[in-house]
Write a protein that binds this ligand. Structure first.
Ligand SMILES: Nc1ncnc2c1ncn2[C@@H]1O[C@H](COP(=O)(O)OP(=O)(O)OP(=O)(O)O)[C@@H](O)[C@H]1O
Ligand SMILES: [Mg+2]
Length: 350
């Protein structure tokens, strides 16, 4: 082996696995061609630069990485989001601590999370969300009936009360019962099955835009990038409007008084949604340049009652997902600081 000191590098250059060598300052010392390809950036632009400067976002815990390096330990993170030049990639990262030329280095292996695994994760996630939703709905339904009785009894009591001043108390019971009823109604979602009709998705989006613009501070702009070739299709326009509205409102609420929201539509061919294959689908993207979804709620974003806001009910996205589900569609989200993107796929043809 000693006679071939260049051998390890040649081997690394021919590996299909992406390999990156970093020092403790996260400066790149080596990348193999597979890593150049995965990152979509040439070795020339990577070498000698810090990884933190090169990627726009990396969900890998760099503090942990540094701590592991210090004690010569390795670790694996099997779901890392990496954003390079505006493109998000999902990768599995294994880090090994190596000691070379008196220097502590991190040998990083990156593997793209393959499509099959993603789909099966997605199906599993969707099943969990459905289970959570059914649980909340069941509970809401059970609350609704006694609540009606409670309110009715308070009304009767109010009429029978001898003193006007006591009516303040029955008033409180009735007002609080109404408040709870509103919440329960939102938890239960739309009751009547929607009437489907052939409609245009852009006219739904335009309605959402007009509604939101009425309440928007002047510093927030809504941009449109529509693909006019999307054909009209069967939908329940009010339900879709509600779903889009919930998402656009969130974007507006997250941004404060400056920023932009982009509504973008495209057609996609040959797409699998919840395990079913479709020939044609409409893709609707709602993109904002706000602060991003708080990390703590990213994994459970679509669950009912998950909120990152003071006083939020956390129902907007759960309801949106429910409505998209009723259209046999799929909703997903990618987010990092400065960029949040909700993507909705609605199948048009089997
Ligand atoms: N575009 C976005 N940018 C940043 N954070 C977002 C964005 N969209 C959603 N979120 C986060 O996701 C959380 C959940 O959103 P969701 O609409 O389900 O509930 P909510 O807005 O908190 O309450 P509700 O919609 O029921 O009034 C929000 O509280 C917010 O923290
Ligand atoms: Mg909301």
């Amino acid at each position: 082996m000693d006679s071939r000191p260049d051998l390890p590098k040649t081997l690394l250059d021919n590996l299909l696995t992406a390999v990156v060598l970093l020092d403790t300052n996260m400066v790149v010392h080596y990348v193999n061609p597979a890593a150049e390809q995965l990152l979509g950036v040439s070795a020339r632009r990577l070498l000698g630069h810090s990884l933190e400067q090169l990627v726009e976002y990396l969900s890998l815990d760099l503090e942990r990485l540094r701590a592991c390096l210090k004690i010569g330990q390795g670790f694996t993170d099997n779901e890392v989001t990496l954003v390079v030049e505006g493109e998000a990639k999902l990768v599995e990262v294994s880090v090994m601590a190596v000691f070379e030329n008196h220097e502590q280095l991190a040998l990083m292996e990156l593997r793209k999370i393959d499509q099959q695994k993603r789909i099966s994760q997605e199906i599993q996630q969707h099943a969990q969300q459905l289970a959570a939703r059914d649980l909340v709905r069941g509970l809401a339904h059970e609350i609704k009936n006694p609540l009606g009785g409670l309110r009715g009894a308070a009304q009767l009591l109010e009429k029978a009360l001898p003193e006007e001043s006591l009516k303040e108390y029955t008033g409180i019971i009735i007002a609080q019962a109404d408040r709870l009823r509103n919440l329960v109604d939102r938890l239960l979602g739309p009751q009547r099955p929607g009437r489907h009709q052939v409609h245009n998705v852009h006219s739904v989006l335009e309605q959402v835009r007009r509604l939101v613009e009425l309440e928007l501070p002047p510093g927030i702009k809504i941009e449109r990038d529509y693909d006019p070739s999307i054909p009209d299709f069967e939908m329940e326009p009010d339900q879709l409007q509600q779903a889009f509205l919930n998402i656009v409102r969130n974007a507006a609420e997250a941004m404060g008084d400056q920023g932009s929201i982009r509504l973008k539509t495209r057609t996609v061919f040959q797409i699998t949604i919840h395990g079913k294959r479709y020939r044609l689908a409409a893709e609707i993207r709602i993109i904002d340049n706000g602060p991003g979804i708080p990390e703590a709620i990213r994994d459970t974003l679509f669950y009912p009652m998950v909120t990152g806001k003071e006083g939020g009910t956390g129902l907007g996205l759960s309801i949106a997902q429910n409505l998209i589900d009723q259209h046999k569609g799929r909703i997903e989200c990618v987010s990092w600081p400065g960029h949040t993107e909700f993507c909705i796929y609605l199948p048009l043809r089997k």
